[in-house]
Design a protein around this ligand. Structure first.
Ligand code: AMP
Ligand code: ZN
Length: 479
């Protein structure tokens, strides 16, 4: 039974979708004004893993993640660089898709942009005014916090603290300091749209209420984002949806990822203590970066430093070495023929236990470090048992389980698994050619032509194929 920590209730709850087997999920995406930092990428990777695990459990997930392509930061960047807002957005949306591909994020069902939903936003703002919870001052429309009793109950922040914490500029025209902008009147040179209140653009929080409703309907199951979004962004989103559409609980489960930190401080653009995802992905193996991003339970902070990255690299190596060990043993058995062995039963048992314990950890609010620990227990077992395994089928099965489970964490071992499983024409041919050369090398050794045997080994090594000799004969792996 899957349990998830719900920010709304501050408890771990049993997960039950609102409607049968369908999970409707919305994750706040990037503001596309600059290169995302590796902390933003943590949020992307965490929710991708959560989505993949839900799909593994058999749910049909509709996954929406947006691009904020109009807001104060976009406009500031445009003024700074003399580039159109739309051009900045296009550049960084394209960058997001590159990162998504390198981090192996599954494509979203839809990646909507705020500017594609201006009409929906205007409609929502009009409803909020009509329901007496919004007011217009010379083309700026505000949400009236005192008119909405439940305000503050989501983020659990005392009323007097709310005004000081509100991330909004001081504005004389607001009736209450906690009021926030739903619609902002046009300033010279800014992008703007026609509205009943004159030309202007949406406030930041409006887009997520509208796009969640548009693509998923209200209420929906899961809303995700970083912990910095609990207040004001999500508090305001709930207030808007309730005030406009009369739905007091627009989202059943609210999930918030912890921060990626540098020396225990939140990584952020404004503090200047950041590395862009681009820099990190250019420097380290992409799969190691992905693994690093899920090494901590998603609500806990993870620190970014060289040591943590080196550990992720080592962890990935351990997994890949186990894959190579399995593949090597499969190729030996294909040459020697399978035979009965006690170790087979043990490996089957270990694969079964891996699946069960992995699920137990992930069912506990997506405890990825626990799930990874189970993978390493299995990897140790593989290393102990491999040379005694007699059946290739058992090995293939264990590799398939390993590949499936690490796949949930975003690590794609499928190519390796396919090569060992012998599917795919090119993989099959390559495997056959290597096996044939190994036979020739064995023949050379038998007739004491060690020079030829070594030549074959060395040439294969140059070509990226490493040979190792075991008691049952040689194995190989791609280096
Ligand atoms: P932004 O582009 O600032 O809207 O952020 C995109 C996503 O990254 C949001 O879900 C943020 O909450 C999240 N985020 C921002 N900084 C961090 C951080 N240091 N660690 C983890 N997530 C973050
Ligand atoms: Zn949002």
């Amino acid at each position: 039974m899957l349990k998830v920590y719900n920010t709304r209730t501050r408890t771990k709850e049993e997960f039950e979708p609102l409607e049968g087997n369908n999970v409707r999920m919305y994750v706040c995406g990037p503001t596309v004004y600059d290169f995302p930092h590796i902390g933003n990428a943590r949020s992307f990777a965490v929710f991708d893993t959560i989505r993949r695990y839900l799909e593994y459990k058999g749910y049909r997930v509709t996954y929406i993640t947006n691009f904020t392509d109009i807001d104060d930061k976009m406009i500031a960047k445009s003024n700074e660089t003399g580039t159109e807002v739309a051009e900045i957005a296009a550049k960084f949306i394209s960058e997001y898709y590159t990162i998504a591909q390198q981090l192996n994020l599954k494509p979203a069902t839809v990646n909507p942009r705020a500017t594609e939903h201006i009409d929906d936003i205007i409609e929502m703002v009009a409803l909020i005014i009509k329901n007496g919870v919004g007011y217009n001052v010379d083309g700026d429309v505000y949400f009236s916090v005192p008119a909405f009793e439940a305000y503050g109950s989501f983020s659990n922040i005392p009323v007097d603290e709310l005004s000081s914490r509100a991330r909004v500029e001081v504005d004389e025209r607001k009736r209450d300091p906690r009021d926030f902008a739903l619609w902002k009147a046009e300033k010279p040179g800014e992008p703007s749209w026609e509205s009943p209140w004159g030309k202007g653009r949406p406030g930041w929080h409006a887009e997520c209420s509208v796009m969640g409703k548009h693509y998923l309907g209200l209420p929906f199951d899961i809303h995700g984002g970083g912990q910095d979004l609990i207040f004001p962004h999500h508090e305001n989103e709930i207030a808007q949806s309730a005030a406009a559409y009369g739905i007091e609980i627009p989202v059943k489960y609210w999930l918030h990822n912890g921060f990626l930190t540098i020396e225990s401080e939140k990584m952020s653009k404004s503090e200047g203590n950041f590395s862009t995802a681009r820099e990190v992905l250019d420097h380290y193996d992409h799969q190691a970066v992905r693994l690093y991003l899920v090494t901590g339970q998603y609500r806990q902070p993870i620190d970014y430093n060289e040591n943590a990255m080196n550990q992720a690299i080592q962890s990935l190596d351990r997994i890949k070495n186990a894959v190579d060990t399995i593949k090597g043993r499969i190729s030996i058995l294909e040459r020697m023929g399978s035979r009965e062995s006690d170790a087979d039963k043990k490996l089957t048992e270990a694969s079964k236990k891996l699946r069960e314990s992995f699920e137990k950890e992930m069912d506990d609010d997506f405890n990825t470090p626990g799930a990874l620990a189970e993978i390493f227990t299995f990897v140790r077992e593989v290393n102990t048992l491999a040379n005694d395994i007699g059946g290739a089928a058992v090995l293939r099965e264990s590799l398939a389980v390993l590949a499936e489970l690490v796949g949930i964490l975003g690590i794609n071992l499928e190519e390796d698994a396919k090569l060992a499983g012998g599917t795919g024409k090119a993989a099959e041919t390559l495997k056959g050619v290597i096996e044939f050369l190994l036979e020739l090398r064995e023949d050379a050794r038998k007739s004491k032509d060690y020079a030829k045997a070594d030549l074959i080994r060395d040439r294969l090594k140059q070509l990226g194929v490493d040979i190792a000799d075991t008691k049952d004969g040689p194995t190989w792996k791609m280096s």
